[in-house]
Design a protein around this ligand. Structure first.
Ligand code: XMP
Length: 333
C-alpha cells in the first residue's frame, strides 16, 4: 500500500540529505512534472530552491500569471519569471518549417535558461550560488532515454527535452521524481497542495503554441489563438457528458485549437469579412502513439464555434479535425 504522507516524508528527507545547505535551480514550465518537482523540493528545502520560469510567448492565455500566482503567490516559492517573447519572436521570424521552429524554440529556451542559471550559480544578494539543477524527470523518461535500443530509428518529431544541461552548467543533478509513474506524480502533486485541475491537465508540448500556429509564427496569430483556445478549453471543462457524469475535458486526453494562416470569407451584419480559420482538435488515447478523434457532442462544438467567432475578432470560421493517428499526428506540426 502506497501511503502518500509517508512517501512525502521519505522523499523530503532524501532531498534534504542530498542537498544539505546548498542551493538548487529548477526550470519551471507550468507542466505537471516540473510543477510537482518544484512543490516537493520546496517542501524539503524552502528558499534554497529558486525556480526559473521562461515565457517564450507561446504559452496559453494567462498561463504565465497563473504559474506565478500558484508558485510565488500561494506556495511562496522563489520564482524568477523571464519574459523572452521578443527574443523568441525575433529568432522565429521568417521560419515556417516545423522542425526548424522546434529547434529554434528549444535552442533559445536553453539559451535563456542557461543565462539565468549562470547568474544563480554565481550567487546574488542573500544567495551564495546554486550547485544543483533539479529536473522533473519521471520514470517513463528514464526508460525512454535508457539506451540506443529503445530509441526510435527515425526522429519523427524532435521533442525538445533539455538534455545535457547539468554538464554544460557544471551543476549536480537532482531528480526526485525519477521512480514515479505519471499517475503517482499527479497524486503526489495533489497531496503537496497543488490544485487538481493543474495536476490533471492535458499534456502541452514544449514548443507550445509554436507548433499550433501553422507555418510562420507571428505574435498576432499567437494572441488570436490563445483567446480561441481558452474558449474551447473552458467549454470542455464546463460541459458534462450525461452518460458518465464526467466533463468533456476529462473524457478527452488532449484538446486544443490550431491556428491556420488562411483567410476565408464570412458575413457579419451587412458586411463581408475576410478572416482567419481555426481548427479544433480533441483526441482520446491511452499512449499518444495512436489516437481517435473525440466524438464531441454537436451542441458543444456549435457553442464553441459561435463563441470563438463572436468573441475573437479576426477569426470567422471554425472547423473540427476528424483525423485519427495514424495517419495524422495529434499536433498539426
Ligand atoms: P504527435 O503530434 O506526434 O504528438 O501525435 C504526440 C504527443 O507528443 C506531444 N508533442 C510534443 N511534446 N515537444 C513536446 O514536448 C514537441 O515538440 C512535441 N510534439 C508533439 C503532443 O502534444 C502529443 O501529446
Amino acid at each position: 500500500d502506497w501511503i502518500m504522507g509517508d512517501y512525502i516524508a521519505e522523499a523530503v528527507a532524501k532531498i534534504k540529505a542530498q542537498v544539505g545547505d546548498e542551493e538548487v535551480i529548477l526550470g519551471l514550465s507550468g507542466g505537471v512534472d516540473s510543477s510537482v518537482a518544484a512543490a516537493l523540493i520546496h517542501r524539503a528545502i524552502g528558499n534554497q530552491l529558486t525556480c526559473v520560469f521562461v515565457d517564450h510567448g507561446l504559452l496559453r492565455l494567462n498561463e504565465g500569471d497563473l504559474v506565478m500566482e500558484m508558485f510565488a503567490g500561494r506556495l511562496h516559492v522563489n520564482v524568477i519569471r523571464v519574459d523572452a517573447t521578443d527574443q523568441f519572436m525575433g529568432h522565429l521570424a521568417g521560419v515556417s518549417d516545423p522542425e526548424a521552429k522546434r529547434k529554434i524554440i528549444g535552442r533559445e529556451f536553453v539559451e535563456v535558461f542557461k543565462n539565468e542559471a549562470a547568474k544563480l550559480k554565481a550567487g546574488t544578494g542573500g544567495h551564495k550560488g546554486a550547485t544543483f539543477l533539479a529536473q522533473g524527470t519521471i520514470y517513463p523518461d528514464v526508460i525512454e532515454s535508457g539506451g540506443a535500443k529503445s530509441k526510435k530509428a527515425v526522429t519523427i518529431k524532435s521533442h525538445h527535452n533539455v538534455g545535457g544541461l547539468p554538464e554544460q552548467l557544471g551543476l549536480k543533478l537532482l531528480e526526485p521524481l525519477r521512480d514515479l509513474f505519471k499517475d503517482e506524480v499527479r497524486e503526489l502533486g495533489v497531496a503537496l497542495g497543488l490544485p487538481a485541475d493543474m495536476v490533471y491537465r492535458h499534456p502541452f508540448p514544449g514548443p507550445g503554441l509554436g507548433v499550433r500556429i501553422l507555418g510562420e509564427i507571428k505574435k498576432d496569430f499567437a494572441d488570436l489563438l490563445r483567446r480561441a483556445d481558452a474558449i474551447f478549453i473552458e467549454e470542455l471543462r464546463n460541459t458534462k457528458d450525461e452518460a458518465t457524469g464526467k466533463t468533456w475535458y476529462e473524457l478527452t486526453s488532449q484538446a486544443f485549437t490550431v491556428f491556420l494562416p488562411v483567410k476565408s470569407v464570412g458575413v457579419m451584419g451587412d458586411g463581408r469579412t475576410y478572416d482567419y480559420v481555426v481548427a479544433l482538435r480533441a483526441v482520446v488515447t491511452s499512449d499518444f502513439m495512436t489516437a481517435h478523434w473525440a466524438e464531441l457532442p454537436y451542441s458543444l462544438l456549435g457553442r464553441v464555434s459561435n463563441r470563438i467567432i463572436n468573441e475573437v475578432r479576426g477569426i470567422n470560421r471554425v472547423v473540427y479535425d476528424v483525423s485519427g493517428k495514424p495517419p495524422a499526428t495529434i499536433e498539426w506540426e
